[in-house]
Design a protein around this ligand. Sequence first.
Ligand code: PSU
Ligand code: MN
Length: 310
Amino acid sequence: MQPVVQTSDEIRDAVDSGRPVVALESTIISHGMPYPQNVEMAASVESIVRQRGATPATIAVIDGVCRVGLSRDEIEALATREQVHKATTRDLPWLVATGATGATTVAATMHLSHLAGIRVFATGGIGGVHRHASTTFDISADLTELAATPVAVVCAGVKSILDITLTLEYLETVGVPVVVVGSDEFPAFYSWSSGRPAPRRVDTATQAAAMLAATWHGLHLQRGICIANPISADDEIPAKEIDGVISEALDELSAQGITGQAVTPFLLSRIVERTGGRSLAANLSLVKHNAALAADIAVEYSAITGPATT
Ligand code: PSU
Ligand code: MN
């Protein structure tokens, strides 16, 4: 029987010796951005992580094997092949059992990172509580995974395709530390400002890393941490510009009756089309920005915990 989870030698070495590693998800490659920008994004994010002294581990399920640490060729193959399923945590058993290929969401990537011993993960935006969740029940499994899995997720906040206020309430209820780096406001992905206050603020990667250590080793809170990193002011699309586009995309969503796992990919691609690519440029910028911060946090965290942590 082949192993269910296969970690590359490079990643296993780094984890075993306590060196910094940054996990990267793959739904953003297959369902979050068009080709070829998705492959360019994946490659540049990996090199940013390396330049800052950490090892990148892109994660996906390939032919039924959960892989931690993909090669460039494997990332290219994932981006171009047909029948790549969007996989959240509950989809992993089915992919493994049937030998299927899946791109992992934030939730599934967190779970596999945890199995591989990786503590820091960079993405674009996390899923959250959708607008009208009181009738649709559409709440991303990213939030329940954050409640259960001790991995820190560096993101640019959540998009206003979601209900940001309800997402923050949910994270508070399940006890997930949420901290914004360098701002008193929680960021809204494309926009620096969401109008909602940051639950907590830190100003450096060192302080963020100290929070990771306090959460898991000092206080023994076995849960995730949401680290929000606002998009750089030069690349943001102000809320008043993007909000109209998002409302139109949401109207189309309900007109077409799209629900479930297809909701987020549909909205993302409509927003790219409707902004003539400007949203894609913002998305690329914030993902790189998050990868750099995640690498810095991973480096600082390794310095605190030293070799061979558990
Ligand atoms: N938000 C983005 N870009 C993305 C996603 C979310 O701005 O690519 C992806 C992530 O992989 C996230 C997933 O984990 O969508 C959430 O999907 P859902 O809402 O179906 O849980
Ligand atoms: Mn959903």
